[in-house]
Design a protein around this ligand. Structure first.
Ligand SMILES: Cc1cc2nc3c(=O)[nH]c(=O)nc-3n(C[C@H](O)[C@H](O)[C@H](O)COP(=O)(O)OP(=O)(O)OC[C@H]3O[C@@H](n4cnc5c(N)ncnc54)[C@H](O)[C@@H]3O)c2cc1C
Length: 467
């Protein structure tokens, strides 16, 4: 199917779909269309899909896929709508919006949750924490379970309990030919392999089954903020600490600008700061000992690391990243955090063009690295760190400077990079081949040939089929 054809749809044609689905259909002439087609990243707000179908279940999804095929419409699939690359909208195409399919059902005995294809992490955390359970979710609670999990899923629980995709044990998937297939370890296991990191390339997941773990309700978590003068010392301490830390803790360094939050002394608001953020799911009274080194890096501006409800850490930074902000991320996997890279990151932090330019260094390892490389489609598991240059801005005129800065951070990291990347942190399309590397990419192409040979699901970090 060509992604360049944008036919004009007549009302009679759309009426056929209205009769086939239970959910709402919104076209440019409907009130509510403009709000409905907005995704999280404001930089993609100018896109104007021909229609949006707000599906209520798998039957609607099947009807929408069939309609898209009959009318040669490019297909955008929306879970939580957080695609930084803007993959969940398009110009002239159909948006298959699953946001109304956000139900979560928890079985506390088997410790499995069934999660609708349009749920966000706030939906999951709310239901699972009622039973003292959780699974690896995002750092911002409005992020969708679907895109996050299908791309891999880096979160606070990953070093103890694996990536989100490692906790995916089953799914219902609408394929490009309109079938609903169930996948599990024993049913369509090759497709489950692809859903664990291969993104939305193989079909539309209407329901996920995810493994849950005992977490909280109180964990040892939170940020410590220091002056940017401590950038270098913090990165050095983090580098020595990270490989030795037990699985129960996951940490992150964030070179950023102090947000105007009451927990940070006012004189620091708007100033460049370094932060160490961690979550430990181990015993609360063991928490202090796990992070002792970080209390000696420099005198903290604010030290909020301590006992905290899991649901609080899961929503802590939500207000800083609201829907509608413009954003651009660029990331790479690091083989090492050497002095040459640290020097450059310190300089780039100080040169950042706006207050929401952040350099994230994620601590990897633990359970993530113990899953065999070929067990899932997730690009790479042995890297000790993932570097992500995260930018957000409100004035469109500032976009270019922010994107250029994120690219400069990535370029600086090239000598220390493994050459691979995490697909969910890439804002530029066309990054899949390099991100996955040859052996995983070839296997993904074979799976694409089997499940989507015409590339119906092309708005993603695309695996191009051989056909
Ligand atoms: C503020 C913010 C914070 C983030 N934090 C993290 C983080 O902590 N860790 C991390 O790993 N990533 C993080 N990300 C990246 C995030 O994982 C990706 O943006 C992810 O794709 C979002 O999923 P979504 O469902 O919200 O996105 P959407 O925009 O809805 O979709 C993203 C992609 O997934 C596909 N897709 C969506 N739903 C389905 C479905 N039901 N079936 C099949 N395909 C589907 C879409 O076609 C699209 O290609 C963050 C992003 C943002 C914007």
């Amino acid at each position: 199917m060509s992604q360049t054809i944008t036919p004009v749809l007549g009302e009679a044609t759309i009426q056929e779909l209205r009769e086939a689905v239970r959910g709402a259909i919104l076209t440019p002439s409907d009130s509510g269309y403009a709000e409905a087609v907005r995704i999280w990243n404001g930089a993609h707000d100018s896109r104007r899909p021909a229609l949006l179908v707000r599906c209520t279940g798998a039957a609607d999804v099947i009807a929408a896929v069939g309609f898209a095929l009959s009318n040669h419409l490019p297909v955008a699939v929306r879970g939580g709508g957080h695609s930084v690359a803007g993959f969940s909208t398009s110009d002239g195409g159909i948006v298959i919006d699953l946001s109304a399919m956000n139900g979560v059902r928890v079985d506390p005995e088997s410790r499995v949750a069934t999660v609708g294809g349009g749920a966000v992490w706030a939906d999951v955390d709310h239901e699972t924490q009622a039973h003292g359970l959780a699974t690896t979710g995002g750092l911002v609670s409005s992020t969708g379970v679907a895109g996050f999990t299908l791309g891999g899923g880096i979160g606070w629980l990953m070093r103890k309990h694996g990536l989100a995709c490692d906790n995916l044990i089953g799914a219902d998937v609408v394929t490009a030919d309109g079938r609903l297939v169930h996948v599990s370890e024993t049913q369509n296991a090759d497709l489950l392999w692809g859903l664990r990191g291969g993104g939305g390339n193989f079909g539309i997941v209407t329901q996920f089954e995810v493994r849950l773990h005992s977490v909280g309700p109180v964990v040892y978590a939170g940020p410590i903020f220091y002056s940017a003068d401590a950038d270098r010392d913090l990165l050095q301490v983090f580098r020595e600490w990270a490989p030795e830390a037990p699985d129960q803790i996951t940490g992150l360094v964030n070179l950023t600008t102090a947000p105007p939050l009451p927990v940070i002394p006012e004189e620091w608001h708007g100033k460049k700061v370094a932060a160490f953020i961690a979550v430990s799911t181990g015993p609360i009274d063991a928490g202090d000992a796990l992070v002792r080194e970080f209390r000696n890096v420099a005198t903290p501006i604010a030290d909020l690391l301590g006992p905290m409800p899991y649901n609080v850490i899961q929503t802590l930074i939500d207000p800083l990243w609201p829907k509608g902000i413009n954003a651009y991320f660029k990331a790479t996997n690091l083989a090492r955090l050497d002095e040459a890279l640290i020097d450059q990151l310190v300089d780039l932090h100080l040169d950042a063009p706006g207050p929401q330019c952040e350099i994230h260094v994620h601590q990897m390892g633990g359970s993530v690295s113990r899953v065999p490389e070929d067990a899932t489609a997730f690009a790479e598991r042995s890297m000790p760190y993932v570097l992500n240059a995260v930018t957000g801005w409100h004035d469109a005129a500032e976009g270019q400077a922010h994107e250029d800065w994120a690219r400069a951070v990535n370029a600086a990291a090239e000598p220390a990079s493994t050459g691979r990347a995490y697909v969910n942190f890439l804002s530029d399309p066309g990054g899949a081949r390099a991100a996955y590397g040859p052996s995983t990419y070839d296997r993904l192409v074979a799976l694409k040939d089997e499940f989507d040979p015409s590339n119906v699901f092309a708005l993603n970090q695309n695996i191009a089929p051989n056909a």
